[in-house]
Ligand binder design. Structure first.
Ligand SMILES: O=C(O)CCC(=O)C(=O)O
Ligand SMILES: [Fe+2]
Length: 286
C-alpha cells in the first residue's frame, strides 16, 4: 500500500517570522536554510570532531527508551556540554531567529525557558535507524494526560555539522504527526521523510513531532550533527548545564546565555506562578 506523506518544507532564513511560525505550527517541523553562519558551524564541527576521539561508539549517558529498546545506536557517539569545548556553542544560543521561534513556541506557557540539551550526535556507518519518538515524552507525566492538547513544552533543532544526505542518516520526521490524536501512535519508518541539509541549515521541530535518527547505510561516512533544544523553565532539562558551567565561565556572556544555562533564576512574569531556581545570591531585580 502506498503511504501518503506530507512533505517537509524548506524555508530560507530570510522568510518572514510569522510565516515560519505558521509552518512550524501546521507541519510540526521545517528546515530553515541558512539559519546559522557557516563559520560558527565550522568552528563547532572542528571542536566536536576533536572531542569525539575521546568517546567510544555506543557510549552515552542516556539509557533505554520506555519500551526497553536502545535509544542510542551501537555505532553512535553522543556527548553534551558543548560550551565546554567551543565558544561557538554560545553563538548558537544567541541566534536571533532561533530565539524568536522559541519565544513564540514556549513563552505562552512559561516566563522563560532553558537549554534542554546541546548534544553532538554522530551516527557511524552501519547504524540502524533510531526508534521513532516524540521529544516531549521525556516528560510523559505532563504530556500524556493532556494529549493531544498539551501545550508545547520543548522545541528542538538538529543542526548539521557537515552536509547530510539520506544515506548517511539524516533525521527522519513525520510532518503533521504532532497533531495525531493518539500519543501512543508513533507511526512507521515508511511514513517518515529524511531531513537532508547543508551546513548552515537547521531542522526545527516541535517536541510533539514524531522523528528519529536515520540509518547510516554507508560504509565509510559519519552523520555529523548536533542537537540543541530548549524546554520550559519549570521542567527539569536532560542536561545539567547549571552545574556543568561555572559562574566564571559564563561571566563574559549575556543574561540570555546565563539564563539558558541555569545561572539566572526563573522569573514567571508575565505568566502566573512563583520565582523558581532561586539562588543564595540573587540577581539584582530591575
Ligand atoms: O540523531 C538524530 O537525527 C535524532 C536524534 C533524536 O531525535 C534524539 O536523540 O532525541
Ligand atoms: Fe528526538
Amino acid at each position: 500500500m502506498k503511504v501518503e506523506k506530507m512533505s517537509l518544507k524548506r524555508c530560507p532564513a530570510t522568510t518572514d517570522l510569522p510565516e515560519l511560525i505558521s509552518v512550524l505550527a501546521k507541519d510540526g517541523g521545517l528546515i530553515i536554510e541558512g539559519m546559522f553562519p557557516k563559520a560558527v558551524i565550522a568552528e563547532m564541527a572542528e571542536a566536536v570532531e576533536a572531542q569525539s576521539q575521546h568517546f567510544k561508539p555506543g557510549h552515552a549517558t542516556q539509557g533505554k527508551a520506555q519500551d526497553g529498546k536502545e535509544f542510542v545506536g551501537a555505532n553512535t557517539i553522543r556527548f553534551s556540554s558543548l560550551g565546554k569545548i567551543s565558544s561557538a556553542f554560545f553563538d548558537l544560543l544567541e541566534n536571533q531567529l532561533f530565539a524568536q521561534l522559541t519565544d513564540a513556541a514556549l513563552l505562552p506557557i512559561c516566563g522563560s525557558y532553558w537549554v534542554n540539551t546541546g548534544q553532538a550526535m554522530l551516527i557511524g556507518p552501519g547504524s540502524t535507524a533510531q526508534i521513532l519518538h516524540r521529544d516531549c515524552m521525556n516528560w510523559p507525566q505532563y504530556c500524556d494526560p493532556l494529549w493531544p492538547n498539551c501545550p508545547e513544552i520543548t522545541l528542538s533543532a538538529m543542526i548539521p555539522l557537515d552536509d547530510i544526505d539520506e544515506a548517511v542518516g539524516a533525521t527522519r520526521v513525520i510532518p503533521g504527526s504532532h497533531l495525531w490524536q493518539n500519543a501512543d501512535d508513533i507511526g512507521t519508518q515508511k511514513q517518515t521523510v529524511a531531513a537532508e541539509m547543508r551546513v548552515g541549515d537547521a531542522l526545527l521541530y516541535s517536541g510533539k513531532l514524531v522523528h528519529g535518527g536515520g540509518a547510516n547505510i554507508t560504509t565509510d561516512r559519519w552523520r555529523k550533527a548536533m542537537h540543541l533544544s530548549f524546554v520550559v523553565g519549570w521542567l527539569t532539562p536532560e542536561e545539567a548545564s547549571p552545574i556543568d558551567y561555572t559562574s566564571e565561565e559564563l561571566a563574559p556572556y549575556s543574561d540570555r546565555v546565563k539564563r539558558l544555562l541555569g545561572h539566572l533564576s526563573y522569573d514567571p512574569r508575565p505568566q502566573p506562578g512563583g520565582g523558581l531556581w532561586l539562588r543564595h545570591v540573587r540577581e539584582i531585580e530591575d
